[in-house]
Design a protein around this ligand. Structure first.
Ligand code: SF4
Length: 364
């Protein structure tokens, strides 16, 4: 269900914009639809036709998504969320009142190090299903920040994601810079986001400074060079006054070398952004490895000392062995898919030939 369709249905129940806004506000805060205001009960506020429909609307909204299981880690909890048609997505409760939501079931980009990418795209997640993930989380705890970095490439589901962002930045009471749109570099994003009334912050999946390696690691990402991507990001950052978050899933022997660090300094020094280094979250059977902690610290020290604002972001819920897409994969038996991929000619890369790297699990 798209929000625009739901909104039309409310209008057909005699709901004026003020009533529709009120209903979305209480729903997005995890409250009952007919909750009254401080001064008035809903009988004195909502139109009769709308009030009569509240039970049916409530059960429809409750049916959008449900928490199938919760996996509590030391730094956050992962929720396996079942949608009305039985499809599964993941949401992650992040530290400091953050929430990571999924925008697609599966993903067409096919990043080599990501479990979600292995299933391909199964379907889009609608704007109401994205919002329902926020509602489920808010019933568990406070949510003040929503990052669109879960399963899926948000730019491939732009209309639904923009609708959800607009609602969260208005009726959902989330600060615009606390909504973070993540992309591998889809050009439409740079055209459309600056024109929105709710402009989210932007996270760009960089992962390497080498164009050829990037094409390999992110096989169906747009063919844009890392330099051009950073240039577009810098313009958006300067226009919105929000720093860009550059995402870098750190893979041992692939993108953790001194050559990458030197190139990163050339690329990002002086830019209005922060580099989020995300050490790869290794799961059983993965071909990629996580660098050891000494190397991770060395990388961060080196970049910071040379003028690149760098943070280490561990994939929340690692200690429950649940990188992006892994819970869903376990739930639907997608390990089978991985085995099939390998059977059809995948090879573990020799450490000195990263361009030949192939499948792995986990994600940024
Ligand atoms: S890392 Fe993100 S863009 Fe890449 S396959 Fe996974 S979900 Fe898609």
């Amino acid at each position: 269900m798209r929000f625009s369709d739901f909104d039309q249905r409310l209008a057909a129940l005699d709901a004026l914009p003020v009533h529709r806004g009120r209903l979305m506000r209480v729903w997005l805060n995890g409250k009952a639809l007919d909750l009254g205001t401080r001064r008035r009960s809903s009988e004195n506020f909502l139109p009769l036709k709308l009030r009569a429909a509240v039970p049916a609307l409530t059960s429809e909204l409750d049916g959008l998504a449900r928490v199938c299981s919760e996996h509590v880690g030391s730094d956050g909890s992962r929720l396996l969320v079942e949608l009305a048609d039985g499809q599964m997505v993941e949401s992650v409760l992040l530290p400091r009142d953050g929430l990571c939501v999924s925008t697609q079931v599966g993903c067409a980009v096919g990043c080599r190090f990501c479990m979600t990418g292995k299933s391909g795209l199964l379907r889009q997640v609608t704007s109401m299903e994205i919002l329902a993930q926020v509602v489920l989380a808010r019933r568990l705890r406070t949510v003040k920040k929503v990052v669109f970095m879960g399963m899926g490439e948000p730019a491939h589901n732009l209309d639904n994601v923009l609708e959800a962002i607009d609602l969260l930045g208005t009726e959902g009471n989330i600060g615009h810079k606390n909504l973070v749109f993540s992309t591998v570099g889809d050009m439409r994003v740079f055209d459309v986001l600056p024109r929105q009334r709710v402009k989210p912050a932007l996270a760009l999946s960089l992962h390497t400074t080498k164009a050829e390696l990037r094409r390999h690691l992110l096989p169906r990402a747009p063919r844009i060079s890392p330099e051009a991507l950073v240039e577009l990001g810098e313009k958006y950052a300067r226009d919105t006054h929000y720093p860009i978050q550059y995402q870098w899933t750190l893979l041992k022997g692939i993108n953790d070398g001194d050559d990458e660090l030197d190139a990163l300094v050339r690329l990002l020094k002086g830019k209005y952004g922060v580099l989020n280094v995300i050490p790869f979250n290794v799961a059983e059977g993965d071909d990629y490895q996580r660098p050891d902690s000494d190397r991770i610290h060395e990388i961060v020290r080196s970049l910071r000392s040379r003028g690149v604002l760098t943070k280490v972001r561990n994939s929340a819920g690692q200690d429950v062995e649940a990188g992006c897409g892994q819970l869903r994969a376990r739930a639907v038996g997608a390990e089978h898919v991985v085995r099939l991929h390998r059977k059809h000619g995948d090879r573990r890369p020799p450490p000195d030939r990263p361009d030949e790297a192939f499948t792995a699990s986990g994600s940024s």
